[in-house]
Structure formats: C-alpha cells, structure tokens
Design a protein around this ligand. Structure first.
Ligand SMILES: NC(=O)c1ccc[n+]([C@@H]2O[C@H](COP(=O)([O-])OP(=O)(O)OC[C@H]3O[C@@H](n4cnc5c(N)ncnc54)[C@H](OP(=O)(O)O)[C@@H]3O)[C@@H](O)[C@H]2O)c1
Length: 295
C-alpha cells in the first residue's frame, strides 16, 4: 500500500457550488460494528485521507436499520458522523437521502410534505446542522411512479434554506426529466456496478451530458447488495487485480471511477483496513485495453 494514500488522486467534481473529491465514503456500513469507537476511527481516518463527500441517511442505524444487523444500543450513522467530525471541516459535503424512514411504525415511505419535512429535520437534528448540503429523494421505482410532487416539496424546503442542493436516487431517466423541470439536480444515486444494473449504461452518460453527478452504490457489494461484498468476480477482473497488485474491490472501484469524470464513488465500510484500500483505489489507472477486458 502506498504511504501517500489520498482521496484527491481521482480528481474532483462540483455538486452545485460544492467541490468534492470523486472518491467519497458511504456511511451505511459504519453502524454494523457494536464498537462505536471503530466507526468513529473510520470516519476520522476517511477525512484525514482526503474524503470530503460522505453519503448517509437518518435510517442508517443498527440494530433494526437498513442492514438489519447488530446488537447493543441503537447507533445512528448520522450521530456517529456528528460525534466523529463535528465541528465539521469547511470543505466536508454531507449528502443524505429522504423518502424512506423508520419510526414507531417501522419502515415507511414519505408521501406527504409533512413527512418529508420531518425526515429533513431529523437529519438536521442528528447531524447538528442548520442546513443539509445535498438531499436525495430516494424512491421505490414502482412502475409509472412520478416524483413531481415529492421533489416539488423538497424544492420548497430548498427555497426555505433547509437544503442547499437536491438529488434523486433509485431512479430512471424520466425521473431526471421530471425533477429538472422543477429545480436543479446535482446528482443521481443509483445501484450500478461492473456486473449489476448495466441498464444504466445509457443513463450514466446522460447524467454527464447534463452536468449531473452519477453516484453508484453497491460498486463493491454488487449483486450481494446489503449482504456484503460479492466474491463472484470474472477471471478477467481477477487477472487485472493480480496485474495491478490490487484487490478485486479496488478494481471494481477503479472501473467505477473510469466511467466518467462525473461519476463519484461512495464505497462503504466499517473496517479501517478496507477504508485505506478503497481510498488507494482512486489512484489506480486502467488502460482502455484493460477496461475492454472487463466488459
Ligand atoms: N440510495 C440508496 O438507495 C442506497 C442504497 C444502498 C447504499 N447506499 C449508499 O451507498 C454506499 C455504498 O454501498 P454499500 O456500502 O452498501 O456497498 P459497497 O461499498 O459496494 O460494499 C460494501 C460492502 O463491501 C465490504 N467492503 C468494503 N470495502 C471492501 C474492501 N476493500 N474489500 C472487501 N470488502 C469490502 C463492506 O464490508 P466491511 O464493512 O467489512 O468493509 C460491505 O459489506 C452505502 O454505504 C450508502 O451510503 C445508497
């Protein structure tokens, strides 16, 4: 592992007026370990190594959150972020998502302005902020689902100063059209990896043409999704990893970052060693021929 690992190696992108390094960090995994000191160490180390784009959600919590794992007292990702990093560095951009929520009813999806506002306020409270840098509207992508109403309500909260920039998540191109007719969109966050959800092969460049960041999740997990990292790598990927003295996870991240300057990586981990490996992947350069072998 090089001694000078830095999240700056893969370059930067602007989310509206906020500049972020393309190699960021996803906070969904930091609640999995009951040892909160480890989570705090991972978050501080990420920032120390140049990460200035964190992805989170108020419903990232253990036990009982998205991952449904863990034991002991409830640990919220947002509260760990606050404990680890507040007062926040000036260049730190925290992206969160609303739509799904957890309350005394269990998981629910916000369908009213009041529910969305309360999710925004919950993020503000947990993070200890007076506004949120970027908020994604995360939908369930049911057939024919429109986002106009919900995105419009979030646009009103943006106008009111609670949100700086808006994005959308788990969406199709028609949702980007709908959202952009209402307010500026700085990012699209979808599930996409070298071997999953390649239906976004045309959506990804479309985002680039419109100056919108494309932020894939599950780049390492692939088809295993919440369960953990996939080990189902092609021979070509394993060969490339060996040739670069890298791990398959690093090649997956490098492939992600090579899909366009507007593509931002947000690998998630609660493991300090994986964090360094993932940030180091930002410096991996793959040739056109190598990318072609990966398909
Ligand atoms: N918008 C949405 O609907 C949505 C949905 C899901 C996730 N997200 C966001 O996207 C982020 C990324 O997704 P993700 O965290 O689920 O998936 P990921 O980054 O693709 O993979 C994370 C999984 O891989 C493991 N891992 C991480 N680095 C590794 C390495 N170098 N070598 C081996 N294993 C490694 C992690 O376990 P360890 O902890 O043991 O390292 C974890 O099990 C999330 O953290 C979250 O912020 C958004």
């Amino acid at each position: 592992m090089p001694a000078d690992i830095s999240a700056t190696a893969a370059g930067a992108w602007k989310l509206g007026d906020l500049t972020v390094n393309r190699l960021g960090f996803g906070a969904m995994r930091i609640t999995a370990n009951p040892d909160r000191e480890v989570a705090i160490r991972v978050l501080r180390k990420a920032v120390e190594l140049g990460v200035n784009h964190l992805d989170t959600a108020a419903f990232y919590r253990s036990p009982g959150g998205t991952l449904g794992v863990g034991e002991g007292p409830v640990r919220f990702a947002n509260e760990l972020i606050r404990e680890a990093l507040s007062p926040y560095p000036e260049d730190l951009v925290i992206t969160t998502k609303v739509g799904p929520g957890v309350d005394e009813r269990g998981f629910y999806n916000a369908t009213t302005p009041a529910e969305l506002r309360s999710q925004v306020e919950e993020n503000l409270r947990q993070l200890g902020r007076d506004h949120l840098d970027v908020v994604n509207l995360r939908i369930m992508k049911k057939p024919g689902e429109s986002i106009s109403d919900r995105f419009g309500w979030l646009a009103e909260l943006r106008e009111a100063g609670l949100i700086r920039h808006l994005g959308i998540s788990n969406v199709r191109p028609e949702h980007l059209d709908e959202a952009q007719a209402i307010a500026p969109v700085v990012c699209v966050q979808n599930s996409y990896a070298i071997d999953t959800h390649r239906e976004d092969d045309t959506f990804l460049p479309l985002c680039g043409e419109r100056g919108v960041a494309y932020v894939p999740f599950f780049a390492i997990a692939g088809a295993e999704r919440e369960s953990g990292p996939t080990v189902d790598h092609t021979k070509a990927l394993e060969a490339l990893a060996a040739a670069h003295n890298a791990t398959p996870a690093q090649i997956r991240l490098a492939w992600t970052l090579h899909q366009g300057d507007h593509v931002l990586a947000i690998p998630g981990t609660g493991n300090p060693a994986h964090l360094e490996v993932n940030i180091a992947a930002g410096a991996l350069k793959l040739t056109t021929e190598e990318l072609a072998t990966l398909g």
